[in-house]
Write a new protein. Structure first.
Length: 292
């Protein structure tokens, strides 16, 4: 097992799952603390790297496109401090970070995990029910219904429409955009029968965000909804949450001997290049030979 403990958080890898626990120090971003522990299956990982620095380094986990509803909803807009897949590492723990990187990379190689897009969500998204107040309102989501309530900052015309209740089945898409510079952000729900082009300030299906501390938490709401909408690569799929149970295993096909021979050659090249240790190479080779 590989493990690294830092004030910023703790990452543990057991060969199948990377468990990410955020730190509880004051400097740890509110979004990461609110998300809590994440269990990332190896099948969702595209890569991992350690970036050394003068005072501290950074451990980065890269997930496959489409594997995580949070990253799908954020679309690369999360600031580094809020990204749960980054860990600040003290310079004297660089060796431990590099060990974690080696362990994950070797497991990716041995399990032949593809780094291309995933056709389904491999993480379940934030825990429900979920309620976040920020900007000009509060949004609550229980898995079936989205409720939007307004506060004193809400524009009068929008407030006059009253509290909004949207059934998940009526929601076509959700978009989260953080505030940037002088431009406000928003969390907007596009409804099938009531599409609108009104700006978030006037849209009764949107929360306007002003760039305050709790704004990034709205990305969690977006992720929770996205996790229950059809996956981008499976248009028309039922709007249900990803199953957390494994599907029955399909009957094992007869091994392709040519493919197994190619795999043996690849393992030999990795061993000669120093990527695989002697023990790792022996274990991987034996696993391939058993399939002949």
């Amino acid at each position: 097992m590989a493990e690294i403990l830092q004030k910023d958080g703790t990452w543990t890898f057991d060969g199948e799952t990377i468990r990410i626990v955020p730190g509880r120090e004051r400097g740890v971003h509110l979004l990461r603390q609110t998300l809590g522990e994440l269990a990332v299956p190896l099948s969702a990982v595209a890569g991992i790297a350690y970036e050394p620095g003068r005072r501290s380094g950074r451990l980065r986990l890269r997930l496959r496109d489409g594997a995580d509803p949070l990253l799908q909803a954020a679309r690369g807009r999360l600031p580094d401090a809020a990204d749960p897949y980054q860990l600040t590492v003290d310079s004297d723990r660089a060796g431990v970070a590099e060990y974690v990187v080696d362990e994950v990379r070797n497991a990716l190689l041995l399990d032949q995990v593809p780094d291309g897009p995933s056709d389904r969500y491999l993480l379940p998204g934030p825990t429900l029910p979920l309620s976040v107040g920020a900007g000009d309102g509060t949004v609550t989501f229980d898995g079936e219904c989205i409720r939007l309530e307004w506060n004193w900052k809400t524009e009068e015309g929008k407030k006059s429409a009253g509290t909004q209740s949207l059934a998940l089945a009526d929601v076509r898409s959700v978009e989260w955009l953080p505030a940037a510079g002088l431009e406000n952000g928003y969390l907007r729900f596009t409804v099938l029968r009531e599409p609108t082009k009104a700006p978030p300030k006037h849209d009764p299906h949107a929360i306007e965000l002003f760039g305050f501390k709790k704004d990034p938490l709205m990305a969690m709401v977006a992720a929770a909804v996205v996790a229950r909408l059809p996956h981008p690569s499976a248009a028309g799929a039922p709007t249900s949450a990803p199953s957390l149970t494994k599907a029955p295993a399909a009957p094992e096909e007869a091994p392709d001997h040519d493919a197994l021979l190619r795999r043996l050659r690849e393992l030999g090249e990795l061993h000669r290049a120093g990527i695989l240790t002697e023990d790792e190479f022996t274990a991987a080779k034996q696993a391939v030979l058993k399939r002949f």
